[in-house]
Design a protein around this ligand. Structure first.
Ligand code: ADP
Length: 442
């Protein structure tokens, strides 16, 4: 196939040669007439095919591409090829899209794509069912207008998507969802909703079981403990030889009561889905009382006391539940004392309790110069009954539940626990609260 420029050039050359030839034979006027008539036919031919092309473009149906003539035959052949490729690619793309839609619809999880400004761009049928959305009407609407749950809104705007978030469906209270946001591309987000209803039911059964068992054990243990105490106090009731055994029995009942109390506390916190009270906590005075309790604990455990220092930013208060947070601070400080040996020279046994802003976030931290923790244990410390040193925990009155309680209370306050430690050097436990919980004293 000759290049279009060549073919047009050849035609014009032929026309010039014919015109020159007619000039020689029949004179200039005839030559001019022949030249202009041919040129006119040539232009009219192009106009005709251009019009055909324009008409086809208005309704580009592959089968109806004009066949063309001369130069136009080539142009229409190229167009036909291009259109065939295009239709093939389009069909491939449509079938890939259809397969993708079928695959995402078959997924048990719901998927929603959110724009940078959190508007719904696309979602799967499962997401429509689980989150009560309708893509036809809700497309391009902000998701916060449709999922009006304050905890979800806080999760979305806090931009800390490391951990998933549990959401009870407000349309169907029997449905429990786990929501995870994953940022991608230019600030867009992928929202994944996972149906946790069955797992949640099992979890509720587990919690109820622990709570019921703990409740049932509490009364008989109180009775046994009470009688043991009375018998020990009664003169002559216990033969001297048996006294040490009585003391051991008393000690063990006290331990069991402590475990039961901690189990009950943990199950109450875990099953409490309501927001904690958000009262303004006077941190300097709360931490002073935690420090005093710590001094008392240190005296009861050791002949040589710990050095317990307190550094508090007095311009910084916290919003939250005072009872729950007192338990967090006391647990962390009591651990620091229990896992920090002292020596007679008073060189070891230093504990620093601090409360200050770090990178703009309010942080409570306890640093000790104690036994430290090997790195491999750190991630597991908040599991129930996970103890690195069982005997030390028991000797110092531990239940193995303190850090689990701490973790759950912090989650309720949107805070996180960070642990850094070096074996034989000491540990730092930090509770990092969100900026939104900062209160400035008046
Ligand atoms: P426990 O009642 O046994 O102290 P916790 O849940 O409070 O239970 O702590 C879990 C485990 O973490 C402890 O048994 C101990 O091994 C370790 N641990 C906690 N705090 C410290 C600390 N400050 N220094 C060293 N180990 C610690």
């Amino acid at each position: 196939m000759l290049d279009i420029r060549w073919r047009a050039g050849l035609f014009i050359c032929a026309l010039i040669v014919i015109s020159l030839f007619s000039w020689l034979i029949s004179g200039a006027i005839t030559a001019l007439l022949i030249f202009s008539t041919c040129l006119l036919v040539y232009i009219l031919n192009h106009i005709f095919w251009l019009h055909q092309l324009q008409t086809w473009f208005k309704k580009p149906i592959l089968k109806e591409i004009p066949e063309g003539f001369g130069l136009w035959e080539d142009i229409f052949t190229i167009l036909l090829k291009y259109e065939r490729n295009n239709t093939f690619n389009q069909t491939q793309l449509n079938s890939a899209l259809e397969r993708f839609n079928l695959a995402t619809s078959a997924m048990p999880d719901g998927l929603v794509i959110l724009s940078a400004s959190n508007e719904i761009e696309w979602c799967t049928p499962n997401a429509e069912y689980q989150l009560g959305l309708d893509l036809m009407t809700d497309k391009n609407l902000p998701i916060v207008n449709l999922i009006r749950n304050s905890q979800f809104i806080a999760y979305l705007y806090n931009e800390q998507y490391g951990e998933p978030f549990k959401l009870k469906s407000w349309r169907n209270p029997d449905l429990v969802l786990e929501i995870q946001l994953i940022p991608f591309a230019n600030n867009q987000k992928l929202l994944i909703s996972h149906d946790m209803t069955q797992l949640d039911k099992v979890d509720v059964m587990r919690r109820d079981f622990i709570a019921n068992v703990s409740h049932e054990l509490r009364t008989p243990l109180t009775v046994v403990g009470g009688f043991l105490e009375t018998l020990s106090d009664m003169e002559g009731a216990v033969p001297e030889k048996l006294r040490p055994y009585f003391a051991m029995m008393e000690e063990q009942t006290i331990r069991m009561r402590r475990i039961i109390e901690d189990l009950l506390t943990l199950s109450t916190i875990e099953s409490n889905t309501e927001e904690p009270d958000n009262s303004d906590i006077d941190m300097p005075s709360l931490l002073k009382s935690v420090q005093n309790d710590a001094i008392g604990l240190s005296q009861s455990l050791n002949k040589t006391k710990h050095k317990i220092n307190l550094e508090v930013d007095s311009t910084l208060n916290l919003s939250g539940s005072i009872d729950e947070l007192r338990s967090v601070f006391s647990n962390l400080v009591s651990n620091a004392i229990r896992y920090t040996p002292t020596d007679d020279a008073g060189k070891s046994g230093e504990i620093l309790i601090s409360w200050a802003l770090q990178h703009g976030e309010p942080v409570f931290s306890v640093r000790d110069s104690g036994i430290g923790i090997e790195q491999r244990h750190i991630d597991r410390l908040t599991e129930r009954f996970y103890r690195v040193d069982r005997s030390r925990s028991r000797e110092t009155g531990g239940t193995g539940l303190g850090l689990s309680i701490v973790k759950h209370i912090l989650i309720r306050h949107q805070a996180k626990l960070e642990i850094t430690s070096e074996l034989g050097v000491g540990s730092t436990f930090s509770a990092i609260f969100p900026k939104a919980r900062i209160v400035r004293p008046k």
